[in-house]
Write a new protein. Structure first.
Lengths: 88, 353
Protein backbone atom coordinates (compact mmCIF):
# COMPACT_ATOMS: atom_id res chain seq x y z
CA UNK A 1 0.00 0.00 0.00
CA UNK A 2 1.98 3.02 -1.22
CA UNK A 3 1.02 6.69 -1.40
CA UNK A 4 1.74 9.06 -4.25
CA UNK A 5 5.46 9.76 -4.65
CA UNK A 6 6.24 13.18 -3.22
CA UNK A 7 8.09 15.60 -5.47
CA UNK A 8 11.17 15.10 -3.29
CA UNK A 9 11.39 11.43 -4.20
CA UNK A 10 11.00 12.26 -7.87
CA UNK A 11 13.74 14.85 -7.59
CA UNK A 12 15.97 12.28 -5.85
CA UNK A 13 15.36 9.78 -8.66
CA UNK A 14 16.22 12.38 -11.28
CA UNK A 15 19.34 13.41 -9.35
CA UNK A 16 20.52 9.79 -9.37
CA UNK A 17 20.24 9.78 -13.15
CA UNK A 18 22.09 13.08 -13.45
CA UNK A 19 24.86 11.81 -11.19
CA UNK A 20 25.16 8.53 -13.05
CA UNK A 21 25.41 10.37 -16.35
CA UNK A 22 27.92 12.91 -15.01
CA UNK A 23 30.26 10.33 -13.53
CA UNK A 24 29.63 7.51 -16.00
CA UNK A 25 28.91 5.20 -13.05
CA UNK A 26 25.69 3.22 -13.33
CA UNK A 27 25.84 2.12 -9.68
CA UNK A 28 24.82 5.64 -8.65
CA UNK A 29 21.34 4.90 -9.99
CA UNK A 30 20.52 2.90 -6.86
CA UNK A 31 22.21 4.78 -4.02
CA UNK A 32 20.12 5.45 -0.92
CA UNK A 33 19.05 9.03 -0.12
CA UNK A 34 21.42 9.17 2.87
CA UNK A 35 24.49 8.71 0.67
CA UNK A 36 26.94 11.60 1.13
CA UNK A 37 27.70 13.43 -2.11
CA UNK A 38 31.28 14.31 -1.11
CA UNK A 39 33.72 11.85 0.40
CA UNK A 40 33.54 8.16 -0.33
CA UNK A 41 29.79 8.02 -1.06
CA UNK A 42 29.47 9.56 -4.48
CA UNK A 43 32.92 11.16 -4.35
CA UNK A 44 31.95 14.44 -6.02
CA UNK A 45 34.73 16.94 -6.52
CA UNK A 46 34.63 20.63 -7.50
CA UNK A 47 34.30 19.80 -11.17
CA UNK A 48 31.51 17.24 -10.92
CA UNK A 49 29.81 19.36 -8.24
CA UNK A 50 29.80 22.43 -10.48
CA UNK A 51 28.38 20.45 -13.38
CA UNK A 52 25.72 18.97 -11.07
CA UNK A 53 24.66 22.42 -9.85
CA UNK A 54 24.52 23.67 -13.42
CA UNK A 55 22.23 20.76 -14.38
CA UNK A 56 20.06 21.42 -11.31
CA UNK A 57 19.68 25.04 -12.32
CA UNK A 58 18.83 24.13 -15.90
CA UNK A 59 16.38 21.39 -14.91
CA UNK A 60 14.65 22.94 -11.88
CA UNK A 61 15.49 26.65 -12.08
CA UNK A 62 17.00 26.46 -8.58
CA UNK A 63 20.36 28.21 -8.07
CA UNK A 64 21.70 26.24 -5.11
CA UNK A 65 25.01 28.12 -4.90
CA UNK A 66 23.26 31.48 -4.74
CA UNK A 67 20.87 30.42 -1.97
CA UNK A 68 23.07 28.15 0.14
CA UNK A 69 26.27 29.86 1.33
CA UNK A 70 27.79 26.75 2.89
CA UNK A 71 26.33 24.31 0.35
CA UNK A 72 24.88 22.33 3.28
CA UNK A 73 22.19 21.11 0.93
CA UNK A 74 24.87 19.06 -0.82
CA UNK A 75 25.52 16.87 2.26
CA UNK A 76 23.57 13.92 0.86
CA UNK A 77 21.45 13.01 -2.12
CA UNK A 78 18.39 13.36 0.15
CA UNK A 79 19.25 16.83 1.49
CA UNK A 80 19.79 18.11 -2.05
CA UNK A 81 16.52 16.62 -3.26
CA UNK A 82 14.68 18.21 -0.32
CA UNK A 83 16.31 21.61 -0.96
CA UNK A 84 15.30 21.53 -4.62
CA UNK A 85 11.79 20.17 -4.01
CA UNK A 86 11.09 22.98 -1.56
CA UNK A 87 11.97 25.57 -4.18
CA UNK A 88 10.57 24.42 -7.48
CA UNK B 1 35.71 49.34 -35.36
CA UNK B 2 36.21 48.26 -31.79
CA UNK B 3 34.05 49.65 -29.01
CA UNK B 4 35.51 50.95 -25.77
CA UNK B 5 33.99 47.98 -23.97
CA UNK B 6 35.99 45.65 -26.16
CA UNK B 7 39.19 47.60 -25.58
CA UNK B 8 38.81 47.20 -21.82
CA UNK B 9 38.01 43.49 -22.00
CA UNK B 10 40.18 40.95 -20.18
CA UNK B 11 42.92 38.82 -21.71
CA UNK B 12 41.77 36.51 -24.50
CA UNK B 13 42.62 32.85 -23.87
CA UNK B 14 41.14 31.35 -27.03
CA UNK B 15 40.39 32.59 -30.53
CA UNK B 16 37.62 30.78 -32.39
CA UNK B 17 38.09 30.95 -36.16
CA UNK B 18 35.65 30.48 -38.97
CA UNK B 19 37.18 28.50 -41.84
CA UNK B 20 35.69 29.53 -45.19
CA UNK B 21 36.95 32.91 -46.41
CA UNK B 22 38.41 33.62 -43.01
CA UNK B 23 41.24 31.24 -42.16
CA UNK B 24 41.22 29.91 -45.71
CA UNK B 25 41.32 32.03 -48.85
CA UNK B 26 38.27 30.39 -50.38
CA UNK B 27 35.80 27.76 -49.26
CA UNK B 28 36.61 24.20 -48.27
CA UNK B 29 33.83 22.48 -50.19
CA UNK B 30 33.91 24.56 -53.36
CA UNK B 31 37.50 25.58 -53.98
CA UNK B 32 40.22 23.14 -54.81
CA UNK B 33 42.81 23.05 -52.00
CA UNK B 34 42.25 26.59 -50.68
CA UNK B 35 45.34 27.99 -48.98
CA UNK B 36 45.38 29.58 -45.51
CA UNK B 37 45.39 33.39 -45.49
CA UNK B 38 49.10 34.19 -44.97
CA UNK B 39 48.50 37.26 -42.75
CA UNK B 40 46.13 35.38 -40.45
CA UNK B 41 48.41 32.35 -40.38
CA UNK B 42 51.20 34.57 -39.07
CA UNK B 43 48.84 35.93 -36.41
CA UNK B 44 47.82 32.42 -35.38
CA UNK B 45 51.42 31.36 -34.96
CA UNK B 46 52.29 34.51 -33.01
CA UNK B 47 49.34 34.15 -30.65
CA UNK B 48 50.00 30.43 -30.15
CA UNK B 49 53.53 31.34 -29.10
CA UNK B 50 51.98 33.56 -26.42
CA UNK B 51 49.95 30.70 -25.01
CA UNK B 52 46.66 31.70 -26.64
CA UNK B 53 44.59 28.74 -27.81
CA UNK B 54 42.91 28.41 -31.18
CA UNK B 55 39.63 26.69 -32.02
CA UNK B 56 37.55 26.20 -35.15
CA UNK B 57 33.83 26.80 -35.66
CA UNK B 58 32.62 26.09 -39.14
CA UNK B 59 29.61 24.98 -41.15
CA UNK B 60 31.54 22.25 -42.83
CA UNK B 61 32.08 18.53 -42.45
CA UNK B 62 34.64 17.46 -39.82
CA UNK B 63 37.16 16.79 -42.59
CA UNK B 64 37.47 20.55 -43.06
CA UNK B 65 39.10 20.84 -39.63
CA UNK B 66 41.57 18.08 -40.50
CA UNK B 67 42.36 19.93 -43.71
CA UNK B 68 42.98 23.18 -41.81
CA UNK B 69 45.26 21.39 -39.32
CA UNK B 70 47.20 19.94 -42.22
CA UNK B 71 47.68 23.13 -44.21
CA UNK B 72 48.44 25.35 -41.19
CA UNK B 73 50.47 22.85 -39.17
CA UNK B 74 48.72 24.15 -36.03
CA UNK B 75 47.04 22.56 -33.05
CA UNK B 76 43.37 23.45 -32.49
CA UNK B 77 42.24 22.97 -28.90
CA UNK B 78 38.59 22.48 -29.88
CA UNK B 79 36.66 22.02 -33.09
CA UNK B 80 32.95 22.49 -33.80
CA UNK B 81 32.17 21.46 -37.35
CA UNK B 82 28.47 21.16 -37.99
CA UNK B 83 25.43 22.88 -39.31
CA UNK B 84 24.07 24.61 -36.21
CA UNK B 85 24.45 28.23 -35.15
CA UNK B 86 27.87 29.76 -34.62
CA UNK B 87 26.78 31.07 -31.22
CA UNK B 88 26.06 27.50 -30.12
CA UNK B 89 29.42 26.35 -31.46
CA UNK B 90 31.25 29.10 -29.60
CA UNK B 91 29.37 28.27 -26.38
CA UNK B 92 30.25 24.60 -26.69
CA UNK B 93 33.90 25.41 -27.32
CA UNK B 94 34.00 27.64 -24.24
CA UNK B 95 32.41 24.89 -22.11
CA UNK B 96 34.72 22.20 -23.47
CA UNK B 97 37.81 24.24 -22.70
CA UNK B 98 36.47 25.42 -19.34
CA UNK B 99 36.76 29.07 -20.35
CA UNK B 100 34.48 32.01 -19.57
CA UNK B 101 32.95 33.74 -22.60
CA UNK B 102 34.87 36.96 -21.99
CA UNK B 103 38.10 35.05 -22.58
CA UNK B 104 36.99 34.14 -26.11
CA UNK B 105 37.46 36.00 -29.39
CA UNK B 106 35.51 35.03 -32.51
CA UNK B 107 36.65 35.77 -36.07
CA UNK B 108 34.35 35.46 -39.08
CA UNK B 109 34.20 37.20 -42.45
CA UNK B 110 30.40 36.92 -42.54
CA UNK B 111 28.59 39.92 -41.08
CA UNK B 112 25.44 37.93 -40.26
CA UNK B 113 27.46 35.34 -38.31
CA UNK B 114 29.28 38.08 -36.40
CA UNK B 115 25.97 39.76 -35.58
CA UNK B 116 24.45 36.48 -34.38
CA UNK B 117 27.35 35.71 -32.06
CA UNK B 118 27.56 39.31 -30.78
CA UNK B 119 23.85 39.33 -29.98
CA UNK B 120 23.70 35.89 -28.36
CA UNK B 121 27.05 36.13 -26.53
CA UNK B 122 27.79 39.78 -25.74
CA UNK B 123 30.84 38.88 -23.65
CA UNK B 124 32.67 37.40 -26.66
CA UNK B 125 35.09 39.66 -28.56
CA UNK B 126 33.80 39.55 -32.14
CA UNK B 127 36.29 40.42 -34.90
CA UNK B 128 36.48 40.71 -38.67
CA UNK B 129 39.45 39.01 -40.34
CA UNK B 130 40.93 42.51 -40.88
CA UNK B 131 40.69 43.21 -37.11
CA UNK B 132 42.28 39.84 -36.39
CA UNK B 133 45.20 40.67 -38.65
CA UNK B 134 46.09 43.55 -36.28
CA UNK B 135 45.09 41.76 -33.08
CA UNK B 136 48.60 40.80 -32.10
CA UNK B 137 49.17 44.43 -31.03
CA UNK B 138 46.14 44.75 -28.79
CA UNK B 139 46.34 44.51 -24.99
CA UNK B 140 43.81 41.66 -24.87
CA UNK B 141 46.18 39.48 -26.89
CA UNK B 142 49.29 40.42 -24.98
CA UNK B 143 49.60 38.64 -21.69
CA UNK B 144 52.17 40.67 -19.75
CA UNK B 145 54.44 37.73 -19.26
CA UNK B 146 54.74 34.47 -21.15
CA UNK B 147 55.78 31.57 -18.96
CA UNK B 148 56.91 28.11 -19.97
CA UNK B 149 53.44 26.81 -19.03
CA UNK B 150 51.94 29.37 -21.44
CA UNK B 151 54.07 28.26 -24.39
CA UNK B 152 53.07 24.67 -23.85
CA UNK B 153 49.40 25.49 -23.57
CA UNK B 154 48.42 24.12 -26.99
CA UNK B 155 50.17 20.83 -26.25
CA UNK B 156 48.66 20.76 -22.75
CA UNK B 157 45.16 20.92 -24.23
CA UNK B 158 45.94 18.04 -26.60
CA UNK B 159 47.07 16.01 -23.58
CA UNK B 160 43.92 17.03 -21.74
CA UNK B 161 41.70 15.76 -24.57
CA UNK B 162 43.40 12.35 -24.45
CA UNK B 163 43.06 12.20 -20.67
CA UNK B 164 39.35 13.10 -20.87
CA UNK B 165 38.66 10.53 -23.56
CA UNK B 166 40.29 7.78 -21.48
CA UNK B 167 38.56 8.94 -18.29
CA UNK B 168 35.18 8.80 -20.03
CA UNK B 169 35.88 5.25 -21.24
CA UNK B 170 37.17 4.12 -17.82
CA UNK B 171 34.73 2.01 -15.82
CA UNK B 172 35.87 2.68 -12.26
CA UNK B 173 35.79 5.66 -9.90
CA UNK B 174 37.49 8.99 -10.48
CA UNK B 175 40.18 8.20 -7.90
CA UNK B 176 40.91 4.84 -9.51
CA UNK B 177 41.33 6.55 -12.87
CA UNK B 178 43.67 9.15 -11.37
CA UNK B 179 45.83 6.37 -9.89
CA UNK B 180 45.78 4.41 -13.11
CA UNK B 181 46.84 7.57 -14.99
CA UNK B 182 49.94 7.85 -12.80
CA UNK B 183 48.80 11.14 -11.28
CA UNK B 184 51.48 12.75 -9.12
CA UNK B 185 50.80 15.90 -7.14
CA UNK B 186 53.59 17.66 -5.28
CA UNK B 187 52.96 20.32 -2.68
CA UNK B 188 55.94 22.35 -1.60
CA UNK B 189 57.07 25.83 -0.71
CA UNK B 190 57.39 28.44 -3.45
CA UNK B 191 60.82 29.49 -4.67
CA UNK B 192 61.74 32.86 -6.21
CA UNK B 193 61.77 31.37 -9.73
CA UNK B 194 58.09 30.44 -9.29
CA UNK B 195 57.08 34.12 -9.03
CA UNK B 196 56.20 34.75 -12.70
CA UNK B 197 54.03 31.63 -12.87
CA UNK B 198 52.37 32.46 -9.52
CA UNK B 199 51.52 35.92 -10.82
CA UNK B 200 50.21 34.46 -14.07
CA UNK B 201 47.99 32.07 -12.09
CA UNK B 202 46.52 34.88 -10.02
CA UNK B 203 45.74 36.82 -13.18
CA UNK B 204 44.32 33.96 -15.25
CA UNK B 205 42.23 32.13 -12.66
CA UNK B 206 38.68 33.30 -12.07
CA UNK B 207 36.79 30.18 -11.10
CA UNK B 208 39.37 28.86 -8.68
CA UNK B 209 40.62 32.07 -7.12
CA UNK B 210 39.54 32.81 -3.55
CA UNK B 211 40.40 36.51 -3.72
CA UNK B 212 38.79 36.99 -7.11
CA UNK B 213 41.54 39.35 -8.21
CA UNK B 214 45.18 39.26 -9.37
CA UNK B 215 48.17 39.78 -7.08
CA UNK B 216 51.16 41.69 -8.43
CA UNK B 217 54.58 40.11 -8.68
CA UNK B 218 55.87 42.68 -6.20
CA UNK B 219 53.21 41.71 -3.65
CA UNK B 220 54.01 38.04 -4.20
CA UNK B 221 57.75 38.67 -3.83
CA UNK B 222 57.13 40.50 -0.55
CA UNK B 223 55.10 37.60 0.81
CA UNK B 224 57.65 35.05 -0.40
CA UNK B 225 60.40 36.81 1.47
CA UNK B 226 58.36 37.29 4.65
CA UNK B 227 58.92 35.02 7.65
CA UNK B 228 55.32 35.60 8.73
CA UNK B 229 53.94 33.98 5.58
CA UNK B 230 54.02 30.68 3.79
CA UNK B 231 53.56 30.35 0.05
CA UNK B 232 52.74 26.83 -1.08
CA UNK B 233 52.79 25.60 -4.67
CA UNK B 234 51.15 22.58 -6.29
CA UNK B 235 52.63 20.83 -9.32
CA UNK B 236 50.72 18.19 -11.23
CA UNK B 237 51.78 15.57 -13.71
CA UNK B 238 50.56 12.21 -14.99
CA UNK B 239 51.22 9.75 -17.80
CA UNK B 240 49.41 12.01 -20.27
CA UNK B 241 51.63 15.03 -19.67
CA UNK B 242 53.19 17.44 -17.21
CA UNK B 243 51.01 20.42 -16.28
CA UNK B 244 53.74 22.01 -14.16
CA UNK B 245 52.79 24.47 -11.48
CA UNK B 246 48.98 24.51 -11.34
CA UNK B 247 48.07 26.06 -7.99
CA UNK B 248 49.26 28.01 -4.99
CA UNK B 249 48.21 29.42 -1.65
CA UNK B 250 49.46 32.10 0.71
CA UNK B 251 49.06 31.36 4.43
CA UNK B 252 49.72 33.80 7.28
CA UNK B 253 51.47 32.36 10.33
CA UNK B 254 49.88 33.21 13.63
CA UNK B 255 51.41 31.07 16.36
CA UNK B 256 48.76 29.13 18.24
CA UNK B 257 45.93 31.33 17.02
CA UNK B 258 43.85 31.16 13.83
CA UNK B 259 45.90 31.13 10.61
CA UNK B 260 44.41 32.84 7.62
CA UNK B 261 44.82 32.06 3.93
CA UNK B 262 44.63 35.32 1.95
CA UNK B 263 44.84 33.56 -1.40
CA UNK B 264 44.14 30.17 -2.96
CA UNK B 265 44.45 29.81 -6.72
CA UNK B 266 44.21 26.76 -8.95
CA UNK B 267 44.31 26.44 -12.71
CA UNK B 268 40.99 25.15 -14.04
CA UNK B 269 43.03 22.60 -16.00
CA UNK B 270 43.69 20.90 -12.67
CA UNK B 271 39.96 20.59 -11.92
CA UNK B 272 38.77 17.04 -11.46
CA UNK B 273 42.20 15.71 -10.50
CA UNK B 274 42.17 16.20 -6.75
CA UNK B 275 44.60 19.13 -6.74
CA UNK B 276 42.47 21.70 -4.95
CA UNK B 277 41.25 19.21 -2.33
CA UNK B 278 44.88 18.21 -1.74
CA UNK B 279 46.00 21.82 -1.35
CA UNK B 280 43.25 22.57 1.18
CA UNK B 281 44.08 19.38 3.09
CA UNK B 282 47.77 20.37 3.11
CA UNK B 283 46.92 23.86 4.42
CA UNK B 284 44.84 22.38 7.26
CA UNK B 285 47.48 19.82 8.20
CA UNK B 286 50.44 22.20 7.96
CA UNK B 287 48.75 24.84 10.08
CA UNK B 288 47.64 22.22 12.62
CA UNK B 289 51.15 20.75 12.82
CA UNK B 290 52.48 24.23 13.62
CA UNK B 291 49.98 24.60 16.46
CA UNK B 292 47.33 26.75 14.79
CA UNK B 293 43.84 26.55 16.31
CA UNK B 294 41.76 27.38 13.27
CA UNK B 295 42.06 27.95 9.55
CA UNK B 296 40.35 30.99 7.99
CA UNK B 297 39.90 31.38 4.25
CA UNK B 298 38.24 34.58 3.02
CA UNK B 299 36.53 33.89 -0.26
CA UNK B 300 34.67 35.98 -2.77
CA UNK B 301 31.15 34.57 -3.09
CA UNK B 302 30.18 34.75 -6.78
CA UNK B 303 28.78 32.31 -9.29
CA UNK B 304 32.22 32.07 -10.91
CA UNK B 305 33.77 30.87 -7.67
CA UNK B 306 31.40 27.92 -7.18
CA UNK B 307 34.12 25.27 -7.74
CA UNK B 308 36.20 26.94 -5.01
CA UNK B 309 33.24 27.02 -2.62
CA UNK B 310 32.56 23.34 -3.28
CA UNK B 311 36.15 22.50 -2.35
CA UNK B 312 35.94 24.64 0.80
CA UNK B 313 32.74 22.86 1.85
CA UNK B 314 34.26 19.44 1.19
CA UNK B 315 37.27 20.41 3.37
CA UNK B 316 34.94 21.26 6.25
CA UNK B 317 35.21 25.05 5.99
CA UNK B 318 32.04 27.06 6.71
CA UNK B 319 30.99 30.70 6.74
CA UNK B 320 28.40 32.30 9.02
CA UNK B 321 25.13 32.54 7.08
CA UNK B 322 24.41 36.16 6.28
CA UNK B 323 28.05 37.11 6.84
CA UNK B 324 28.86 38.08 3.26
CA UNK B 325 30.54 41.51 3.47
CA UNK B 326 29.68 44.44 1.15
CA UNK B 327 32.72 43.55 -0.97
CA UNK B 328 31.22 40.13 -1.62
CA UNK B 329 33.58 38.18 0.62
CA UNK B 330 32.79 35.75 3.42
CA UNK B 331 35.27 34.09 5.76
CA UNK B 332 35.15 30.30 5.62
CA UNK B 333 36.60 28.76 8.76
CA UNK B 334 37.22 25.46 10.47
CA UNK B 335 38.74 24.28 13.69
CA UNK B 336 41.99 22.35 13.37
CA UNK B 337 41.23 20.07 16.32
CA UNK B 338 39.93 16.63 15.45
CA UNK B 339 39.73 14.91 12.08
CA UNK B 340 41.43 16.79 9.24
CA UNK B 341 40.94 16.16 5.51
CA UNK B 342 43.31 13.56 4.06
CA UNK B 343 45.81 14.05 1.30
CA UNK B 344 45.19 11.65 -1.60
CA UNK B 345 47.72 8.84 -1.89
CA UNK B 346 49.05 10.35 -5.12
CA UNK B 347 50.12 13.56 -3.35
CA UNK B 348 53.64 14.12 -2.02
CA UNK B 349 54.69 16.86 0.32
CA UNK B 350 58.07 18.37 -0.33
CA UNK B 351 58.51 20.06 2.99
CA UNK B 352 56.59 20.79 6.14
CA UNK B 353 56.96 24.40 7.26
Amino acid sequence: MTGEPVPEQIVAAELRMILAELTGRAELLTIPAETPLFGTGVGLDSLAGTLLLRQVQRRYGVDVAAEDLNLDSLQTLGTLAAFIAARC
Amino acid sequence: MISNAAINSPVIKCVVWDIDNTLLDGTYLEDRQPRPDPELLAVLRELAGRGILHALASRNPAAAADYVREVTGLDFAAVECGWGSKAESVSRIAAELGLALDAIAFVDDDMAERAEVAAALPAVLVLTPEDAAEAADWPQFNPALITAEARRRGALYAERRRRHADAAAFGGSRDEFLRRAGTRLTIGLARPQDLPRLHELSVRTHQLNSAGEPVTEAELAAVLGSAGHLVATVTLTDNYGDDGLVGAAIMTRNGAGPWSVPLVVMSCRALGRGALDALLAWLCRSAAAAGASELLIPCLVTERNVPMRLALAAAGLRAEPGSVAPDGRAVFARSLAGRLPDLPDWATEQARP
